[in-house]
Design a protein around this ligand. Sequence first.
Ligand SMILES: Cc1cc2nc3c(=O)[nH]c(=O)nc-3n(C[C@H](O)[C@H](O)[C@H](O)COP(=O)(O)OP(=O)(O)OC[C@H]3O[C@@H](n4cnc5c(N)ncnc54)[C@H](O)[C@@H]3O)c2cc1C
Length: 371
Amino acid sequence: MTVVAATPTANGHKPFPQFIQEFKAQLKHLFHIRSDINQLSIKRGMPPFILREIMSSTPLSTYIPEQYGGRGGHIHEGLALAAAASYESLPLSLGFGINWALFLQPTGKYGEEKIKAKVFTDFLTNQKMGGLMITEPGYGSDALHMQSSYTTKDGNYHLQGTKHWAGLTGWADYWLLTARQKNKNGKLKRDIDFFICDVSAPEQNIVVEEFYENLGVYLLPYGRNHIDVKIPSGQKLVPQSTGIKMMLDLLHRSRMQFPGMAMGFLQRMLDEAVQHCQERQVGGKSLFNYDQVQQRISHLQSAYTICSAMCFNSSQKAGVENDLAPHGLEANAVKTYVTDLMQSSAQSLLQLVGAKGYRLDHIAGRAIVDS
Ligand SMILES: Cc1cc2nc3c(=O)[nH]c(=O)nc-3n(C[C@H](O)[C@H](O)[C@H](O)COP(=O)(O)OP(=O)(O)OC[C@H]3O[C@@H](n4cnc5c(N)ncnc54)[C@H](O)[C@@H]3O)c2cc1C
């Protein structure tokens, strides 16, 4: 028998199928042998050694274009990585998704050359992370009326405002900050601009005023941030038309990529449900034999199938080469429907598991608050 060695991809990365298999094995080892994810998940944050180990295989290289040393940012690979992470931990996958859709993709698509090269190198060699701040205490759905503002002086953009609920608050090394330009009369212009903030650089530090006690996804920090930073001119994103269209393009891409995160989660719900129902004896027979139980399991199977189709659809459409700004209906429907599938699947698993699932240190209970 001839054994053909797998050829490494450009930039010396392992072939993706090998990388993803090893990544899954690494997560299993980290969360079930070196530590116990059920215990980790009742506390906020993550022990530094776990995060260090996860980042040591440079998973975020999947989201970085090939010409900057990454794996190429292919959508199908990004979805597969999100699914591998969410099988073990939904918040870990959400953290990857934030870095991917809310920071790396928009930076790659709209950033200036010099800052892009620096940011991508920092992600690849120093395991840096990035997030996005749009929401303000007074303006959530109504983000177009945000009050964060900027003025231009001495080649810098001076941004001021308050942002909250940004995933990776206090953790991320880079932020995409959003603000409206203030004119000489103190009025805010209609359009929204995006700036790359490097919190380790002078005058770009972001102060976290409060960390929130978020209901689920304990791994991820959220909070309220005070923004008063001076951003160098090369760090403003350059929209192809308006900033609002750029924002829609990136938000819709993020929503189209939700099925990746949902995929691993739904597979886990299904695997847990099948295993539990086969093992649990009620009334002298396995739970699996009851028709109402089978109906719930068939719902879980159909959620899995629908989500697989959505992943395929997104892998065809969500590439950065496409402008997703006009595709709000599809992107919003994908996100809404797939998150409903996640929530109803979590409910099904909790019903099937019964009382022992009604705990934060059980996957069924956690799935309810995380999804
Ligand atoms: C877990 C989590 C993660 C988040 N991550 C980020 C992040 O990374 N970056 C970031 O910038 N923000 C983030 N957010 C904030 C999120 O984008 C906002 O919560 C969202 O935009 C809604 O804003 P709001 O909470 O102020 O609700 P509001 O805008 O006050 O809305 C309240 C309710 O009214 C509904 N509503 C709004 N408009 C209408 C309407 N026209 N008709 C009927 N109903 C309406 C909304 O759907 C909602 O149910 C996150 C929030 C959460 C909970």
